[in-house]
Write a protein that binds this ligand. Structure first.
Ligand code: NAD
Length: 401
């Protein structure tokens, strides 16, 4: 089957197997080149939300950078003989295939990470992966990288939906349709109390704590185990829709959860990451417009990073900085105890220039002031399209073999 991208409203509903594989391979090469297996780096890693975006890069960096055995959990749609699977389905296949080729144990679980059943499956997979690798079944690093629109509470069976909305008053701001390049105003009504509470239920820290409790109870955490979950802060103009909105409330709860996990003698951090194009971020109002301008500025300054570059820096200069620099207990954090790898994005000169371009950009000047092409490229690549070296006129192997 020949597969062409189907994109509407910044959502792509299909994917290309060979393109997804090529993007995974590119990230693997980057991780191999920029990380070294040394004393203190993790040997057994669990990534919850492993198939795309930051979670995929976290797994790739752990396995191909540090040689770790990995267990990954994600929720993806498999391919059939007539229909492509989701990008994460192909990414997982490519990851497992390469890990096997290099001899790193890797087990991928496809299922609802919020459920008790999948947590139990993961505990079993940890034992199995450790056995295959010939190491003790003790996880050194847990990366929690879920981005989900819904969560069923395993205790009550109630389904909660997350919303991306402002709190208190409505929000509107300019954004851009990636495919047409049309600038338009996106608006969102203020969230109800129920929507706020539901978003915290889905994207907050409760499930992260449940994961850590399950791992501790089963005694599969290494004595110096670390765990990290990802958040975003961004520039002030986006705060009404992000930091001070429903999703920001959920992220506050993630920070609360990090404190609770720390109290249980497990090193937990929230890492503030850069705004990037992933399947989750492209649908947040204003983000495509902001990110297009940001990309242009950061590329001009030679400091642009994608997911894998961010995660390599997270491991090398933050999480495992102490191992490499022989300074135990010294993971660089901000005044709130958060890891910051959004430091380059938030630099004064970068923010000032990005804001100026957003102010100036109109339909005529957008192409020269912003990097919409770069945004679109990353978005398409996240679905396996427009990847260099792939013949899109050739018959695609839908099953990703
Ligand atoms: P993504 O959409 O690329 O990845 C989400 C992952 O979660 C996928 O692996 C998906 O399969 C998995 N998932 C979703 N629901 C699941 C379920 N019920 N069970 C199992 N797996 C499930 O998202 P992303 O942008 O990489 O975001 C990951 C985290 O990073 C989020 O917490 C997000 O807020 C944070 N973050 C993102 C950005 C950004 O710009 N993209 C910036 C900073 C922080």
């Amino acid at each position: 089957m020949i597969i062409k991208p189907m994109v509407r409203n910044n959502i792509c509903i299909n994917s290309h197997p060979a393109g997804c594989t090529a993007v995974v391979m590119r990230q693997i090469e980057y991780a191999k080149k920029h990380l070294v297996k040394e004393e203190g780096v993790p040997r057994l890693v669990l990534v919850v939300g492993c198939s795309t975006g930051y979670g995929l890069s976290s797994r790739i960096a752990a396995a191909f950078g540090y040689g770790a055995a990995t267990v990954g959990v994600s929720l993806e749609k498999s391919a059939s003989q007539s229909k492509p699977g989701t990008p994460g389905f192909y990414n997982n296949l490519a990851f497992d295939r390469e890990a096997q080729r290099f001899g790193f144990a890797s087990i991928t679980i496809d299922g609802d990470a919020f459920s008790d059943a999948v947590k139990t499956q993961a505990l079993q997979a940890i034992q199995k992966a450790a056995k295959e690798e010939g190491i003790p079944p003790k996880v050194d690093l847990v990366v929690y990288s879920l981005a989900s629109p819904v969560r069923t509470d395993p205790k009550t069976g109630i389904l909660y939906r997350s919303a991306i909305k402002p709190i208190g008053q409505g929000f509107s701001g300019r954004t851009v349709d990636m495919m047409s390049g049309n600038i338009f105003t996106a608006s969102a009504e203020p969230a109800s109390d129920e929507e706020i509470a539901s978003t915290v239920k889905v994207m907050g820290g409760e499930d992260w704590e449940l994961w850590m409790d399950a791992l501790a109870k089963e005694d599969v955490l290494a004595p110096n185990a670390r765990t990290v979950a990802y958040t975003y802060i961004g520039p002030e103009f986006s705060w009404p829709i992000y930091k001070n909105g429903t999703i920001g409330k959920a992220k506050e709860d993630l920070e609360r959860a990090a404190c609770e996990i720390n109290k249980k003698q497990i090193n937990a951090w929230v890492s503030v990451n850069k705004a990037l194009v992933t399947r989750a971020s492209a649908v947040i109002p204003v983000i495509p417009f902001y990110v297009s301008c940001l990309y242009k500025v950061m590329k001009e300054k030679g400091i642009h990073e994608g997911c894998i570059e961010q995660i390599v820096r997270l491991y090398k200069d933050r999480l495992y900085y102490a191992s490499a620099h022989n300074e135990p207990g010294k993971t660089p954090v901000d005044s709130e105890g958060r890891i910051r790898i959004d430091d380059l994005e938030m630099r004064d000169d970068v923010q000032k220039e990005t804001a100026a371009r957003m102010e100036k950009a109109n339909q005529e000047t957008l192409a020269s002031l912003a990097d919409l092409a770069g945004f679109k490229q990353d978005f398409m690549e996240a679905h396996g399209f427009d990847v260099e070296g792939i013949d899109y006129e050739a018959d695609a192997d839908l099953l990703g073999n």
